[in-house]
Design a protein around this ligand. Structure first.
Ligand code: 13P
Length: 282
């Protein structure tokens, strides 16, 4: 199937009262594993490029990333969407739109509210002209390494402000801060489901949960029932990929075995991805 616009996949998730799982990927092995795992469980999926990773990795610029996702998506029958994760640079967002990303995240969550709204609005005006959707963030999802980022209520999304933000900015999806954080948690997160319900009652916009690595499944199931339609996972997928490399080189000290590495890694990644994707109740 050709790529499906992320906005359509979010609508499918909202209609099914569940969440699509969105995986950060940095190379072809990860993209191929994500798309084929989704095919195996017959569920839609999103592949996301995080610009910071692209800067560090000579391979994954928006054009190459988009071409790879598009090509692998054509091998399967499930909907696959292409999303640009956290970006503050409007020129980079335009580059991603030109490359074929159907949804881009403008992250102004560290800015004062009015500036976040004004910048997001500027991005939505450009993106919507090309039928591309925009994800914004309100409140701020910080880093799990800073314990305070998970518990500081000042950083959480406020339902009444969410209404103002989406109305004035035109964002198509909203990343909410409800107790999750990016990276490896030092202590088990406790999502503020009550706050999520209030946000969901206040606006119709699909909600996005960031910092997906390490959140217990029972909390995710609750969150998906109360408005989370896109769930972002990166860290645990990266760590698993790293571990496959370590394991493979230990098991195969002969350099010639490199030709079999992709198959080896993809099998391990697929097992993890299938379990994660089964959280989606499509
Ligand atoms: P983790 O890396 O914590 O899973 O978060 C991913 C994410 O939210 C990407 O936007």
């Amino acid at each position: 199937m050709s790529l499906v616009p992320v906005k359509e996949i979010l609508k499918m998730a909202s209609d099914a009262n569940t969440s699509v799982i969105a995986f950060n990927c940095i190379d072809y092995n990860m993209i191929d594993s994500v798309v084929h795992a989704a095919e195996k469980v017959n569920k839609p999926v999103l592949c996301m490029l995080y610009p910071e990773h692209a800067e560090l990795n000579n391979w994954c610029n928006p054009e190459t990333f988009a071409a790879a996702v598009k090509s692998v998506a054509e091998e399967v029958s499930v909907p696959v969407g292409l999303h640009l994760d956290h970006c503050q640079d409007i020129n980079y967002i335009i580059r991603a739109i030109k490359a074929g990303f159907s949804c881009v995240m403008y992250d102004g969550s560290m800015l004062p509210l009015e500036e976040n709204i004004a910048n997001t609005k500027r991005v939505t005006e450009i993106a919507h002209a090309f039928n591309v959707a925009v994800e914004g963030e309100l409140g701020h999802v910080g880093f799990a390494a800073n314990r305070d980022d998970q518990s500081n209520l000042d950083m959480y999304t406020k339902p009444e402000v969410a209404k103002k933000y989406v109305t004035e900015s035109g964002a198509d999806a909203l990343a909410v801060a409800i107790g999750s954080a990016h990276g490896v948690y030092k202590e088990t997160p406790h999502l503020d489901i009550q706050r999520l319900r209030e946000i969901n009652d206040t606006i119709d916009t699909p909600l996005v949960l960031h910092g997906g690595s390490g959140i217990p499944d029972d909390q995710l199931n609750e969150a998906f029932l109360h408005g989370i339609n896109k769930f972002n996972v990166g860290t645990e997928f990266f760590h698993l990929y790293h571990d496959t490399m370590k394991q493979y080189t230990q098991e195969h000290p002969d350099g010639g075995a490199i030709f079999d590495y992709a198959r080896y890694a993809q099998e391990i990644l697929m097992n993890y991805l299938v379990k994660k994707l089964e959280l989606s109740k499509f």
